[in-house]
Write a protein that binds this ligand. Structure first.
Ligand code: FAD
Length: 300
């Protein structure tokens, strides 16, 4: 890549070359992005996508990097982070949030306006775009429950609006996982509720999360999807894997579904430990553990 030319061609978009993604990922692991860009507007996102198309450059969009393992070789081409696209507007019971806004912040804004429906998400550390991509959920709620529509820029640079039915939401899945596009914003429909009740629910879920999850360590949340008819944590415990260390990574002693970075872990430590868990659970219980976390990037 010709860094000088890219900087000149895409001025004034903020960008960093060869930037370690470990500075951004929740696991604090991962190699560098060839070029990491921080668009400030939808127009800038479009400019980047068009530029990649015209110059045959690969690109990828990241949210808050809380559900990602970026391999130690980093990511080729452009990595687009939407953290500076983070406006949230509320109109009666409708919230429209830019893709880079934090899901947690949106839940607290809903609380401020006495809007009920997003309490389940008050501890999920993703962005709005990443939450739509994943159909993030917890404690019986999922994004699909409050989702109305999303504005998306497609791979070819066209803008489209996807309604709920277009998103094909299912457990930790949306159609975005089968196509290439960037969510620019999401509109949610909530209902008017009682402030004290909403706050009580959020406090209860926050307490539950803090008591059950190893939030004191870097991690990517639940590594695996829940397999039909089983609980991942229980399977891992029953296979005597809980507490196992692999390089600087460890299966959390507090929650066996989490892998925590306890001592300068690499992405390779994470990936190898995940593979070891999958092999062991398949052998011992004949259960396939599918990753919820997205593993991306090139080998070192
Ligand atoms: P990222 O990790 O940045 O990206 C995930 C995927 O989404 C990538 O493939 C990326 O390309 C894509 N993506 C991101 N933004 C966009 C966009 N704007 N347009 C198109 N594609 C995009 N998840 C839950 O569901 N429930 C939980 O209770 C939960 N608890 C967690 C607790 C902890 C401590 C941690 C670290 C994680 C937890 N997670 C949980 C996982 C994570 O927060 C969610 O999956 C979240 O939705 C990911 O959002 P993100 O912005 O961080 O996405």
């Amino acid at each position: 890549m010709n860094n000088t030319k890219i900087t000149a061609d895409l001025k004034p978009i903020k960008m960093l070359f060869n930037e370690p993604l470990s500075h951004f990922t929740y696991t604090k692991t991962g190699g560098p992005a060839d070029c990491l860009l921080f668009p400030k507007s939808t127009d800038e996102v479009k400019q980047i996508v068009d530029y990649c198309n015209n110059n045959d450059l690969p690109w990828l969009c990241l949210g808050n990097a809380s559900n990602l393992i970026v391999r130690d070789g980093g990511i080729e081409g452009f990595v687009i982070m939407l953290s500076e696209l983070n406006q949230v507007t509320i109109n009666d019971t409708t919230i429209t949030a830019d893709a880079g806004a934090k899901l947690i912040d949106v839940t607290y804004k809903a609380l401020e306006k006495d809007l009920v429906g997003m309490e389940f998400a008050c501890g999920i550390p993703g962005s709005i775009g990443g939450a739509a991509y994943m159909n993030a959920g917890a404690y019986g709620g999922e994004l699909v429950d409050v989702f109305e529509s999303a504005e998306i820029i497609l791979e070819d640079g066209r803008f489209v609006t996807f309604k709920k039915e277009d998103m094909h939401f299912s457990y930790r899945h949306s159609i975005l996982q089968e196509m290439k596009g960037i969510v620019l914003n999401v509109t949610f429909t909530l209902e008017k509720g009682n402030h004290a009740d909403i706050k009580e629910k959020m406090d209860e879920l926050t307490h539950l999360r803090e008591s059950k999850q190893p939030l004191e360590y870097p991690s990517c949340g639940s590594v695996f999807k829940r397999p039909e008819g089983h609980f991942t944590g229980k399977l891992i415990q029953d296979a005597n894997l809980q507490g196992l260390k692999w390089g600087g990574a460890q299966i959390s002693t507090k929650h066996a579904g989490f892998i925590v970075n306890i001592d300068h872990a690499t992405a390779t430590d994470y990936v190898e430990l995940i593979q070891h868990i999958q092999k062991t659970i398949l052998k011992e219980f004949d259960v396939v553990l599918e990753t919820e976390v997205r593993i991306i990037g090139r080998e070192k």
